[in-house]
Design a protein around this ligand. Structure first.
Ligand code: GUN
Length: 281
């Protein structure tokens, strides 16, 4: 069994990006700029945003942090995003999700121009992914593909099973695997024979959001297992995979923490640099 070291791969990606951002600055006389908008006080979001901003600085990206109170109006939130859309120093805009309930997230995200959509959440970027055209891909599934590539795992012709169909992970993950020529099955809460579907997978991606949901009896011997889950149980981070048992059967497996998690931020930075390069070209 090979443990996939997401921390190491993320550090490699970030080191490569540091060179790219330095080149960008030398050529265009300004830094790559990423705006991060946090609305409200969700504790997990506060941690994510802090980490994203720190990672920007380390990679030579200028960050523009905007903190809005939980009771901000729809209009003020949209106005902030529109002002960032018009700001030449900002090449990417990220609105941390989830948003407070009274806000219409779709309408706020719609204020982000596709060229600055570093999360790849816009209908246009999702459409490009579905059409197998170049665009920005959501950071977490993009990070999973980067891990598979860097560990020499060829998905072509393989049976890939994605458990979960969220817009942020499951759906784009399935499209990326399809674009890489895997034979893809998407499972979800209504799937009839979930155990059977998972047990046929050469590559199993768990993105359900339930601690230790994937047990050893659901995994084929020699399968590649990628755990996208981040669940807090008794103050500890636990994935969607029962790591202790499943790791005995897997050929490759990602741990939680230290697997997919660190890749999400690394790919966000990669997307920001790619957006900046496309904008200035
Ligand atoms: N909340 C959880 N994951 C993400 C993400 O990838 N991007 C944003 N903007 N919010 C998130």
């Amino acid at each position: 069994m090979i443990l996939i070291d997401g921390k190491k791969v993320a550090a490699d990606v970030r080191a490569e990006l540091k060179e790219e951002t330095a080149e960008f600055e030398a050529r265009y006389g300004r830094k790559v700029g990423l705006a991060v908008v946090l609305i409200g006080e969700d504790p997990a979001s506060q941690v994510y945003v802090r980490n994203k901003i720190r990672a920007c600085e380390e990679a030579g990206i200028r960050s523009f942090a905007h903190y809005l109170p939980a009771d901000v109006s729809q209009k003020s939130a949209e106005e902030l995003v529109l002002s960032l859309a018009a700001d030449e120093n900002v090449h990417g805009i990220l609105v941390q999700l989830p948003l407070p309930k009274h806000l219409d997230a779709e309408r706020i995200l719609a204020c982000i121009p596709t060229a600055k959509d570093v999360d790849g959440f816009s209908a246009e970027n999702v459409g490009k992914l579905a059409l197998h055209e170049e665009g920005t891909v959501a950071c977490t599934p993009f990070g999973v593909m980067e891990l598979l590539t860097r560990y020499g795992i060829d998905v072509r012709g393989k049976r890939a099973v994605v458990v979960g169909r969220s817009n942020i992970v499951g759906r784009p993950m399935a499209l990326l695997l399809l674009n890489a020529d895997a034979t893809v099955t998407v499972c979800h809460s209504r799937t009839q024979d979930l155990r059977g579907e998972c047990a046929r997978a050469d590559i199993l991606i768990a993105a359900i959001g339930k601690p230790k949901f994937i047990t050893a009896d659901m995994v084929k011997d020699g399968a590649v297992v990628v755990d996208v889950g981040i669940n807090r149980v008794d103050g500890k981070l636990v994935g969607d995979v029962d790591f202790e048992e499943v790791s005995k059967k897997a050929s490759f497996i990602t741990p939680v923490p230290g697997g997919v998690g660190p890749m999400t931020i690394a790919m966000l930075l990669k997307n920001a640099v790619a957006c900046a390069k496309r904008i200035v070209k």
